[in-house]
Design a protein around this ligand. Sequence first.
Ligand code: GLU
Length: 379
Amino acid sequence: MPPDATSVRDARRIVVKIGSALLVDRATGRLRSAWLNSIADDVKALVAEGREVILVSSGAIALGRHVLRLPKGALALEQSQAAAAVGQISLSSAYQEVFQARGLTAAQVLLTLGDTEERRRYLNARRTMDTLIACGAVPVVNENDTVATAEIRYGDNDRLSARVATMMSADCLVLLSDIDGLYTAPPAKDPTAKRLDVVRELTPEILAMAGDAGTELSKGGMVTKLEAARIALGAGTDMVITEGAAQHPLRRLGEGAPCTWFLATSDPVAARKRWIAGNLEPRGIIVVDAGAERALGQGKSLLPAGVVRVEGAFDRGDAVTIRALDGRDLGRGLIAYPNDEATAIMGKKSGAIATILGHAGRAELIHRDDMALNRTERT
Ligand code: GLU
């Protein structure tokens, strides 16, 4: 492993993508249960070290098509969706079983493109998964294949896992693959092809190294893996591709197994704050009192109690400007309430939110993770 690569051992929050070909035996359509147990051991070891692990696991369609006795070869969309409905149950219960045996709790999270595609829309999924992790559960994510139609579908878990990694501000995305990294040319066709240790930039030369899409079982080829790298690097998440078919792939990666690292130049928190600060058009203004301004300066979230005025028409998840009483812009944030609800709860204690709105909501108007403050001089 290159000395400057963020190893999986340095990462606090890790997303691991598990492809169908690793999990499901191609000939029998059955789960490779010895392998699944070995990855559960690896996850347990990472969790025991205090790391937060999120799995993005394929396998629903591969498992379900066998049960439904669907023909070999490419499936029609509705056949894949039917297969996923059957296979996802087996997949989740398999994870539940191997995790439970090790004192871990598996949590099934099924996402569609819309839940992750636009950063401002994914506050909900992010918060839910944060809560699961805080409670000690291991989210096991897949695409909600059965309801996602062709237009709103990822179709491959390489890109889905990259979206999950960036949504969760993960430090590292591990793609367990049937190949141990990115080669200068597809190695099956070109025996002189060499594996790259580190990629720092997705240049046209690098992009040209990807061959065609994958096998019948796994949707992603190198093309979608490089697309995943683009998503991850843009959000400050490092990505690594390594061969996953043998047992204990995560342990082996930590021990220096062959792989290709894609190294981000920024870290996820900084990248997210930059995005909030620079890339979104603020839809409203939240004017806060001096106490709230002080609290924000100490790294706290913005509570409704500290708000004195709400301006503009915005929805939950939109960007808003945070302003001091004297008109100074303090920063920007993604707001957890639409403008009418924000107006109704401003100046009120968070405990009163449920009574005022008639439904429970977040205690914070803007969570500190969803906020980018300006570095203003304070007197
Ligand atoms: N979501 C699909 C499944 O669970 C897999 C997509 C992929 O292979 O990347 O079967």
